[in-house]
Design a protein around this ligand. Structure first.
Ligand code: ATP
Ligand code: MG
Length: 387
């Protein structure tokens, strides 16, 4: 008998070649995440088993595994031989003193095992009741579930609790994009959401030093560190927006300032994508949240780029976004008071229904290409690694 961690991944959508690639990437990501630890990772049909680790490290291993996309659950299990008497003997030793009701669930991947799943469930239920006469079976709402998995490798895994993991698809399975990362609540959550669907990303942050403070920039670096727990290594592009904002402030209509700023952010983002082989731009926008996030505004900002723009929070309420930010532990950093560049020179009444025509007219008073060029030429790059 030995203690192991049994790792479960979502299977429904896994077919053919996809399945192999999914599992291969999942394993690579797990090995990378746990690179400081010693252990063995084995694959048995439909499960991964992590074994031969130091028992004192089990808690930290579980905690790290909970942040691996593609895993739906991890169980602290024991591995024993898949023989009826061995399983019975082990089940007899289990302590049920804290509960009144239980249920046994058997999963039998090895169809050569001598009983069917249902027969064995009943049988093991009887064994438990014999040892614990005051217990009752409750099939619908048991206080304690006893899971018994009989795998094709002739091993049996027994556990009582499945700890939920991040779910989603393995990081990297959907390619790589560029996240527009501000210091706010929304964009780190947007990054988390696309990473959960398998999209790796680099990030870009625009700052307007000295109008924005050094702390504002450090806050964004801290946020990148915090999401890197889930999203692996992040290449963070830090781009100065000062000159661009000054030019817009000087030359463009006040109500169009934000629209023009956002169009230039998008242009820079697209250029960075092309330079770094990234296939999509990701933002934390949510429909109607502010003037620059109306359908009309998003249309006018989208129209300057041809790469897809992913807005995973488009239909989320602020409350929902805040809940996720708290769960992934970016919230406390996000609410630190340092200002974002978008709030510098903020007009009183930004346009709610901008048009492409008027945006283009305003841009005639700027040398947009030169501004984009110079911003990118002066970018600072940091590699954030906290996973
Ligand atoms: P957030 O909470 O993410 O800051 P927000 O509600 O403050 O969003 P806006 O300021 O309109 O909304 O920004 C919308 C999106 O534009 C952000 O989610 C982010 O993706 C991007 N963005 C805004 N400011 C910056 C910035 N300084 N650097 C990089 N991206 C930014
Ligand atoms: Mg913001």
């Amino acid at each position: 008998m030995r203690k192991v961690l049994l790792l479960k991944f979502g299977e429904l959508f896994l077919k053919g070649r996809n399945r192999r690639e999914f599992i291969k990437l999942l394993k690579t990501n797990i090995l990378k995440k746990l690179r400081e630890f010693e252990f063995v990772l084995e694959e048995t049909q439909g499960r991964l088993v992590l074994k031969d680790y130091q028992e004192t490290q089990e808690d930290i291993l579980v905690e790290k595994l909970q942040t691996v996309f593609g895993l739906i659950g991890v169980a602290r299990a024991v591995e024993i031989d898949a023989e009826k008497t061995v399983i019975e003997d082990y089940v007899k030793t289990l302590d049920f003193s804290a509960v009144k009701t239980f249920k046994v669930e058997v999963k039998r991947a090895d169809k050569t095992f001598e009983m069917t799943s249902m027969e064995f469930e009943k049988h093991l239920g009887g064994v438990v009741l014999e040892e614990n006469p005051s217990l009752r079976v409750d099939l619908y709402n048991p206080e304690q579930l006893l899971m018994v998995e009989i795998r094709v490798n002739k091993k049996c895994y027994v556990y009582t609790n499945l700890i939920s993991c991040a779910g989603g698809l393995p990081l990297g399975s959907a390619g790589k994009g560029l996240l527009l990362l501000s210091g706010g609540i929304d964009s780190p959550v947007a990054g988390y959401m696309v990473a959960k669907r398998g999209l790796r990303f680099e990030a870009v942050h625009f700052h307007s030093y000295p109008y924005t403070s050094v702390q504002a920039k450090e806050k964004v670096i801290e946020l990148a560190k915090e999401i890197s727990v889930y999203c692996d290594e992040i290449k963070l592009h830090i781009v100065s927006f000062t000159e661009i904002q000054e030019q817009i402030h000087k030359n463009c209509d006040a109500d169009y300032m934000i629209t023009i700023m956002r169009r230039i952010m998008m242009r820079i983002a697209e250029r960075l994508c092309l330079q770094n082989d990234l296939g999509a731009i990701i933002t934390g926008e949510s429909l109607g949240q502010v003037a620059s996030q109306t359908m009309h505004s998003m249309n006018v900002t989208n129209s300057v780029v041809s790469l897809p723009v992913f807005r995973p929070l488009i239909a989320f309420d602020k409350e929902q976004i805040m809940d996720i930010a708290k769960k992934i532990q970016t919230y406390e950093t996000s609410i630190l008071p340092y200002e974002d560049c978008c709030t510098v020179f903020l007009p009183k009444n930004p346009v709610i229904k901008p048009t492409i025509k008027r945006a283009e007219y305003n841009e005639k008073f700027l040398d947009v290409d030169a501004l984009v060029e110079s911003a990118i030429a002066n970018e600072e790059i940091l590699i954030i690694n906290n996973f």
